[in-house]
Design a binder for this molecule. Structure first.
Ligand code: 9Z3
Length: 321
């Protein structure tokens, strides 16, 4: 029997990035989730969300992080559920979470009160929500309960770059069983640089040694084995972030050329809530949020998800799925 092809990235992953102890257990959970939902006629999307932590010491005191809040991933998860998808939400620990994200800045104790009116005399009574402090809470609760009822969201957490890489590989392998019904929506902001375990100091770096100079290796481009080896039939979307708008589209096109996946969502840091371009080998769609949309609480993720779910449907038909 022919041996499966081991890409050099597989080797690198195994050697240089610590494997999380629960990866096999999580993989089985994701595979069962995908199998069950696909059998019920649902499409399944794997969303990655949030930034990654890159440790500078193996007994980590310091690490390198980035700006990502996880809002893109969390709000997209809600719109995918609304569109009939089952969602695996691979997210950075403590980044924004679907449904609760709207209330992440609220002090819960300001939003609750005793039902009988004022304060302490009543402190054994029922507690009710002040809907002025939590506007839209009823709508969010309804959507949340529908999601829960249908078991439509499987949350998986990561913190470090190593955890992210191994869990994404496990997810890709778990979803490969459902072929073109799987979508990958890679919105996490993943570090491009890391310090390999073999070069990392064990203990806290001492400031008494003077200024710190770091040399970091390039993180392997995980998109390549994902598309070629781990989930070759899936519909794969990557995100491209730049701060210089003049190079954005060229970089998005180059990514499509290199990895041969289905689409890139291109965005610029400062305008990412109001403007993105969905780039495919044949098309380019600008999605825009106007002032009127903001007033009506329309979010750009609703438009991104609507664009991509339509493209995914077409893709499945073309693949004969
Ligand atoms: C994105 O571009 C996401 O849209 C954001 C969302 C991270 C900007 P927030 O979490 O922001 O809502 O605050 N994600 C991908 C960014 C990225 O690092 N992509 C890599 C690149 O551009 C390759 S996949 O090279």
């Amino acid at each position: 029997m022919a041996k499966p092809r081991i890409s050099s990235i597989d080797g690198k992953l195994a050697e240089e990035f610590a494997v999380p102890s629960h990866v096999e257990e999580v993989k089985e959970k994701m595979a069962a989730f995908a199998r069950n939902h696909a059998a019920a006629g649902r499409r399944v999307v794997l969303i990655t969300s949030g930034g990654t932590k890159v440790p500078l010491e193996s007994r980590t005191v310091r690490f390198l992080d980035n700006f990502s809040s996880g809002r893109r991933g969390a709000s997209s998860a809600e719109y995918f559920v609304d569109s009939g998808y089952a969602v695996i939400f691979l997210h950075r620990h403590r980044s924004l979470y679907p449904y609760t994200r709207m209330f992440s800045n609220v002090n819960m104790l300001e939003a609750l009160k005793f039902s009988g009116g004022d304060g302490a005399s009543n402190s054994s009574g029922d507690v009710v929500v002040d809907q002025q402090v939590l506007p839209n809470i009823a709508k969010a609760l309804k959507r949340y309960q529908e999601m829960k009822e249908g078991k439509l969201l499987l949350p998986i957490e990561f913190s470090t770059l190593s955890e992210y890489l191994h869990l994404l590989k496990a997810a890709a392998q778990a979803l490969s069983t459902i072929g073109s019904k799987a979508m990958f929506y890679l919105a996490a902001a993943v570090s491009d640089f890391y310090i390999p375990a073999s070069e990392m100091p064990e203990h806290k770096i001492q400031s008494s040694n003077g200024p710190l100079q770091l040399s970091m290796n390039m993180v392997p481009k995980i998109l390549s084995p994902l598309v070629k080896d781990w989930a070759p039939q899936a519909f794969v979307i990557s995100f491209k972030l730049e701060t210089d708008a003049t190079i954005l589209l060229e970089k998005a096109r180059r990514a499509l050329d290199t990895y041969r996946h289905q689409a890139v969502v291109a965005n610029v840091l400062d305008s990412r809530r109001g403007y993105v371009v969905v780039v495919t080998p044949e098309t380019q769609a600008e999605l825009i949020i106007t002032d009127e949309d903001v007033k009506n609480e329309v979010e750009i993720e609703e438009r991104i998800v609507s664009n991509l779910t339509a493209a995914h449907k077409k893709f499945i038909t073309q693949q004969g799925g």
